[in-house]
Write a protein of this length. Structure first.
Length: 104
């Protein structure tokens, strides 16, 4: 089931991991091996989860790297959904099939 307005994964990290475990941004960043600024930008929704960060989060919090990346992908797709519906794109695949039928 697709969420209509998913929460940024950084906010989930803050709400489900940092706050309940009483972790600071500085301490968590050190444990992850990233800068405080990098983690702060992520948990404040200014940056997303990269594949490298997904592995770091996986080792720290126990979810799979794929699950972290899936959260980011779901969020990213939701952000462009309205814009994507206005794209003026010519469907190439259907046209190629039609051309094959005509020339066959």
């Amino acid at each position: 089931m697709q969420m209509h307005d998913p929460i940024h994964p950084g906010k989930l990290i803050r709400e489900f991991y940092l706050e309940p475990l009483n972790l600071t941004v500085t301490g968590t960043a050190q444990a992850l091996g990233v800068s405080r600024i990098s983690l702060s930008e992520l948990i404040n929704g200014h940056n997303g989860i990269s594949p490298e960060m997904a592995y770091r989060l996986s080792k720290a919090f126990g979810r799979t790297p794929e699950s972290w990346l899936n959260l980011q992908t779901i969020y990213d797709l939701a952000q462009v959904k309205d814009k994507a519906e206005r794209f003026d794109i010519k469907p190439l695949y259907q046209e190629a099939l039609y051309e094959e039928e005509v020339t066959a």
